[in-house]
Ligand binder design. Structure first.
Ligand code: ATR
Length: 285
């Protein structure tokens, strides 16, 4: 669609930002729905985050996605932050409504939708989550509410323990925290139904790595890896070979993006268009 004097601007801020898929997915979605919006990537240094958000107000930028390393920093400069973003101390979506900036985190709902749309229901199930970083925290919050049992393992145990303690109070259930040692992975995986890798292990250029020994994977397990580059991670390949149900990282990418799109435009996101745009791009890289 041609840009006009009425074109509304959205974007993503981060540093580095060159590899973001957000402009590809959102511009495809705006075009598909013939919305007069444009989406750009802005490289913003950590020292410029406050200026960038003041610029968002001044230039009437409608919405921003926030990525590394600004997801926590932006919380200091927003007018209101929704509960899930406050709890996980991480914002990935900002809405500008009459110069008031509202912060959201769509990673948790994105992960939940990715599972459900692919036939995996966490209700009544045990979830084993690997990682306690920004994305993992948001997923943990969603899973603590929706699943029956949750275990969080992280390379550095302390953030996993802090997260478990916080979520136990909120969700009123016992949440196990531990390390990523092979023994803890094995012990926790044996009675889990859903395994989610929310660490960066397996991401290119270290695509041959996985935290989970192939022999631990089983047909009655559902596995989601939030890493989407490569499109099929080592963990996903091993899980598929073991007969497990696999949900690709692209699914979470799409559904967190779809949730942001809906916050900015108030329209239902064209999920299939976003999926094709993301996949076409990822198949080329
Ligand atoms: P994101 O926003 O993508 O979640 P992040 O907040 O930097 O990124 O979190 C990265 C996650 O991957 C963390 O859980 C990190 O573990 P630590 O908290 O111990 O740093 C995990 N991670 C990164 N590299 C890892 C590795 N080689 N082995 C195990 N875990 C790793």
């Amino acid at each position: 669609m041609a840009m006009t004097g009425k074109t509304r601007v959205c974007g993503v801020i981060g540093d580095p930002i060159e590899h973001t898929l957000s402009p590809i997915m959102h511009n495809a979605a705006f075009n598909a729905l013939k919305l007069d919006y444009a989406f750009l990537a802005f490289k913003v240094k950590p020292s410029e985050v406050e200026n960038a958000l003041n610029g968002m107000r001044a230039l009437n930028i409608r919405g921003l996605n926030v990525t590394m390393p600004h997801k926590s920093t932006v919380l200091n400069f927003l007018d209101r932050v929704d509960l899930s973003a406050q709890i996980v101390n991480s914002v990935n979506t900002i809405l500008n409504k009459e110069s008031k900036l509202f912060g959201f985190n769509t990673d948790g709902v994105g992960a939940l939708k990715a599972l459900r749309e692919n036939g995996v229901e966490p209700k009544g199930r045990k979830v084993l989550l690997l990682g306690a970083g920004g994305a993992a925290r948001a997923i943990a919050y969603a899973m603590a509410k929706e699943s029956d049992e949750l275990a969080v393992l992280n390379r550095t145990v302390k953030p996993a323990q802090e997260l478990a303690k916080l979520l136990e109070k909120l969700a009123n259930k016992k949440i196990f925290a531990g390390s990523l040692s092979p023994k803890e992975i094995q012990q926790n995986l044996q009675d889990s139904d859903i395994l989610i890798n929310a660490t960066s292990v397996g991401m290119k250029p270290k695509a041959e790595e996985s935290l989970v020994a192939p022999k631990l994977l089983r047909p009655d397990l559902a596995v989601m890896d939030i890493v989407y580059n490569p499109l099929e991670t080592k963990l996903a390949k091993d899980a598929k070979a073991a007969g497990a149900k696999v949900v690709s990282g692209v699914e979470m990418l799409i559904y967190q993006g779809a949730a942001s799109f809906e916050i900015w435009t108030g329209k239902s996101a064209p999920v299939e268009v976003m999926r094709q745009a993301a996949l076409n791009h990822l198949m080329k890289v």
